[in-house]
Write a protein that binds this ligand. Structure first.
Ligand SMILES: [Zn+2]
Length: 83
């Protein structure tokens, strides 16, 4: 399947909430000074730092990750493959 077609399929899939089927609003979660970091709940911050964490999203300028929000469920689905 061509890449472009793949992208459209993925966007269609993400336009509905998988929990309640409500429409999703696309947007970004912005950070401020530091790259956004994923840290599994099993790991704890060490002196306020996410040691062993994984930087996620982009951080050219303001750090951000792309997400799709369901206002009904109050959930945001983050897609780490999108910028
Ligand atoms: Zn929902």
């Amino acid at each position: 399947m061509p890449l472009e077609q793949n992208k459209i399929k993925e966007n269609e899939k993400e336009s509905k909430c998988p929990y309640c089927n409500n429409r999703l609003v696309s947007g970004f979660i912005y950070g401020s000074h530091y790259p956004l970091t994923w840290l599994p709940e099993s790991k704890k911050l060490f002196l306020g730092m996410a040691m062993g964490g994984e930087s996620i999203g982009t951080f050219k300028g303001r750090p951000r990750v792309k997400g799709y929000r369901c206002e009904q469920c109050n959930k945001i689905i983050v897609n780490l493959n999108e910028e």
